[in-house]
Write a protein that binds this ligand. Sequence first.
Ligand SMILES: Nc1ncnc2c1ncn2[C@@H]1O[C@H](COP(=O)(O)OP(=O)(O)OP(=O)(O)O)[C@@H](O)[C@H]1O
Ligand SMILES: [Mg+2]
Length: 208
Amino acid sequence: MGSVFVAGTDTDAGKTVVAAALVAALGAGYWKPVQSGLRGAPGGDTAVVARLTGHRPGDFPRPAYEFQAALAPDQAAAEEGLTIDPARIALPEGLLVVEGAGGLLVPLDATTLMIDLAARLGLPVVLAARTGLGTINHTLLSLEALRRRGLPVAGIVFSGPDHPLNLAAIARLGGAPILGRIPWLDPLTPAALAAAAARLDLSPIGGR
Ligand SMILES: Nc1ncnc2c1ncn2[C@@H]1O[C@H](COP(=O)(O)OP(=O)(O)OP(=O)(O)O)[C@@H](O)[C@H]1O
Ligand SMILES: [Mg+2]
């Protein structure tokens, strides 16, 4: 079992919820290399994952880049007069669930995309996908982009209410293992998430 990169089919696709489930199920740490949007969400995704998994944010490595604006990373950096240097983003030690930002083709700088960072980190990709309308297109496009670049796809984790027809279509057309689904959890508590995490099939990434 090794570290994984959680990519999303889009922003708000459920990457953080899926990452927290993997942290709980694998007993792994968590790392968000590029965090935007701190202005509206202090602590960012690292604080959310810590809350959902019974950790303190300080248990996890800090993001390499943190920005205030809720914009694509290159734009959030520019708002602060900065640029991201993807070559300086180095994977910390340890067993980690690494969360991307936005979808796979989001820019980090003028020429580098999030998918290029995933490739450079060299981790198998877990794709976090919605269950509802639009997910077939977003998920199949994301898988196509990953394959075109030769990135290993460990599997797909859905987040949201069950939608058997969408999940069946993606299972049929996606050619990637379905690791399971985190149901819509309201309230989203550590206990509810841990129970959902325990029902994922993580054998393709070396878990249970
Ligand atoms: N299974 C779920 N149950 C309850 N709430 C969920 C679930 N999946 C996602 N959400 C909620 O939907 C929103 C978006 O999910 P999440 O933050 O995981 O997306 P993301 O892909 O990490 O977004 P970002 O691009 O900002 O990192 C959050 O408010 C999250 O709590
Ligand atoms: Mg997130």
